[in-house]
Design a protein around this ligand. Structure first.
Ligand code: NDP
Ligand code: OXD
Length: 313
């Protein structure tokens, strides 16, 4: 079995060693420009079109991440890159759920427990208890109640917050008030103290975090975007912070990454930004999952995480 690997910026030698340990029958090679030889499987993150173009023998492409927006944009431009018999399979949690839950819970608690306000008081030597907020009235809404949204929801429920989730299919989760589809968005947003974005980037979800949406939140709500930068209309966020419609925002993802040095987000006092680290791809967890899926595919069995090209995620 031949496996093609494209994961720039990582220690590919370690990846190859681990794949070969998990799948002893595999011959793994890192894709180099000009390589057009057959491969059964491709493990890729943001690959060039040449890697996929007319690759003989290809059975499945594994996206070494949860979001397939970059790969799908490539395929939309040139549909022949992914012939119908080749499946596209994304990472399905693989250790990202717990990381997302930690990141979002931290952002929520920091605001809810007024940690920044106490930090400022400490700097000026003030001993001044502030009015505590009530967890049962601090409603948190998660846009996208899929694999990662579910992990976040479970953690926030355990911390005592009421949680709402928004998805397409209406799939429900115990303890979470579920809202389905575009028509239910106003009811979902109404009364939220915190809005978490955990949606995939698709034609339907691009620019969803805009001034119309912010206006449907109560004054002083918190925004946490851990999905994709293209979900957010940046100017609308700056205006919502200016007017106080949003009290603060935590952003892990941006339209342009790395965030340009002169970007107004860097120095904004009510923005917390991190460099796309809310949930990292973990090598061993990801490879164990991919190897198990390859074993199942080899036996003709179905696998989780197959991307639906029409749906866009
Ligand atoms: P899933 O596919 O498991 O979940 C996506 C969720 O979004 C589903 O609940 C889906 O609804 C819902 N959804 C999609 N489109 C719509 C729509 N138009 N209206 C309403 N709901 C919609 O994805 P994951 O949870 O695994 O990952 C989500 C995204 O997180 C990734 O696509 C990626 O962009 C981002 N990500 C960011 C990372 C980071 O480090 N910042 C790391 C990993 C992922 P339904 O359940 O009905 O299908
Ligand atoms: C992902 C990501 O989609 O890292 O997995 O953003």
């Amino acid at each position: 079995m031949d496996i093609l690997l494209h994961h720039p910026g990582t220690d590919t030698a370690r990846w190859i060693t681990e794949i070969e340990q998990l799948l002893p029958q595999a011959r793994v090679r890192v894709w180099q420009e000009g390589d057009t030889a057959p491969a059964d499987y491709a493990l890729v993150w943001k690959p060039p079109a040449d890697l996929l173009r007319a690759r003989p023998g290809l059975r499945a492409v594994f996206n070494i991440g949860a979001g397939v927006d970059v790969l799908l944009a490539l395929i939309r431009k040139e549909p022949a890159l992914l012939p119908p018999q080749v499946s596209l399979i994304r990472l399905d949690d693989a250790g990202m759920g717990i990381q997302m839950a930690q990141y979002v819970s931290h952002a929520v608690l920091r605001h809810f427990r007024r940690v920044d306000e106490y930090t400022n008081q400490q700097r000026t030597g003030q001993w001044q208890p502030l009015k505590p907020r009530r967890a049962d009235q601090h409603i948190i809404g998660i846009l996208g109640l899929g694999v990662l949204g579910t992990a976040i929801a479970r953690c926030l429920l355990a911390l005592g917050f009421p949680v709402r989730g928004w998805n397409r299919s209406g799939r429900s989760l115990e303890g979470v008030q579920s809202y389905q589809g575009q028509e239910s968005l106003p009811q979902f947003l109404d009364g939220l103290q915190v809005l978490v974005n955990m949606l995939p980037l698709t034609e339907q979800t691009e620019n969803i975090l805009d001034k119309r949406l912010f206006a449907q939140l109560p004054q002083g709500a918190q925004l946490i975007n851990v999905a994709r930068g293209e979900h957010l209309v940046e100017q609308d966020l700056l205006e919502a912070l200016e007017t106080g419609q949003l009290a603060e925002a935590t952003l892990d993802v941006f339209r342009e990454e790395p965030l340009p040095a002169n970007h107004p987000f860097w120095n904004h006092p009510r923005l917390t930004i991190t460099p796309h680290v809310s949930a990292l791809t973990l090598r061993s967890e990801s490879l164990r999952q991919i190897a198990e899926k390859i074993r199942r595919l080899e036996q003709g069995l179905p696998v989780n995480g197959a991307v639906d090209l029409a749906r866009g995620y």
